[in-house]
Ligand binder design. Structure first.
Ligand code: ADP
Ligand code: MG
Length: 287
């Protein structure tokens, strides 16, 4: 990466909900063009981290910089201006069901630009082409498969040619083949459009496919921000050498390998791997 000025910089950020500290004093720099995967178990704070970076939540402490602007100091109007520079793909695709796919994709262009309808039409076609949905332009979201909804959501997120794309669990609820297709699409966006991607996921196959760098979150703490290769080495390290690892590294290794036994499971707080992976409501499921 030639440009080492971060496009996003989280500095000493702490987020609380009431008494609960959901993210503890974390630092995270994201560089132009890279794909950063934020992973961690359910409830570890991944979505909160994302919502802080898109300015839909404000931290109690610390600063979040994007494009050299301190998001935490912007008023609502300035924040709306900043929002035009990034796209977000939410879990469901968050489409309007009464509007066609093309109308959904046109919406940000109609709201935020003064472009003529013919130009908007062309833009919409280009975006749908990018995600392989040209033929679905006139369909209603209700007629689409899960994967197609995600594609449509992505086309809409691309409408204003953002430099940054945020994805929250992009492959959640998709079958393995569709989920692999979404991974390819995410990679195409960064390769062909040069966008910076921040992807939140707990699916390790997907994480290792798309990431340049990875950040492991555990209970609101970022344990490590390292290259994908670093994480691959940790995952593939033989068990007889794993004893030399720090507790955090052992914990990450267990998470990456999806193993039932290890520091993740043997924690004093009584929460096991099931809780870490599926959330605190899952004890019955895991039994
Ligand atoms: N709006 C909110 N109000 C109160 N607590 C919240 C809110 N959003 C998230 N939390 C809590 O913050 C923690 C982290 O949640 P979240 O960021 O959604 O985790 P993840 O996306 O990793 O599953 C959880 O304990 C969750 O219950
Ligand atoms: Mg989440």
């Amino acid at each position: 990466m030639a440009d080492r000025t971060p496009i996003i910089s989280c500095r000493n950020v702490t987020k609380r909900f009431g008494e609960q500290v959901v993210l503890h004093n974390f630092n995270l720099d994201i560089y132009p063009g890279e794909t950063m995967v934020i992973m961690g178990g359910s409830g570890s704070g991944k979505s909160t981290c994302l919502r802080l970076m898109i300015g839909s939540l404000r931290p109690e402490e610390g600063e979040i910089w994007m494009f050299g602007q301190n998001l935490t100091s912007l008023d609502e109007r300035e924040m709306n201006e900043a929002r035009k520079k990034f796209g977000i793909l939410f879990q469901s695709g968050a489409l309007f069901n009464s509007m066609t796919v093309a109308e959904n994709v046109a919406l940000p262009l109609e709201e935020h630009t003064d472009l003529d309808p013919e130009i908007i039409d062309i833009q919409v076609k280009i975006k749908l082409e990018l995600v392989g949905l040209r033929e679905a332009a006139e369909k209603l979201p209700g007629m689409l498969s899960g994967g197609m909804k995600k594609r449509a959501g992505l086309a809409r997120a691309l409408a204003l040619d953002p430099r940054i794309l945020f994805y929250d669990e992009p492959s959640a609820g998709l079958d393995p083949v569709t989920s692999a297709q979404i991974d390819q699409l995410i990679m195409n966006m960064s390769r062909h459009l040069g966008v910076t991607s921040i992807v939140v996921t707990h699916e390790m196959d997907s994480a290792f496919t798309i990431a340049d760098r990875m950040a492991m979150l555990d209970k609101g703490r970022i344990l490590k921000v390292e290259s994908r290769e670093w994480y691959e080495r940790l995952r593939d390290m033989p068990k007889d050498r794993a004893g030399d690892l720090t507790t955090d590294e052992q914990l990450i290794r267990q998470f990456l390998r999806g193993e039932a036994e290890g520091p993740f499971t043997n924690r004093k707080d009584g929460q096991g791997l099931a809780t870490a992976l599926f959330g605190s409501d899952s004890t019955t499921r895991a039994r």
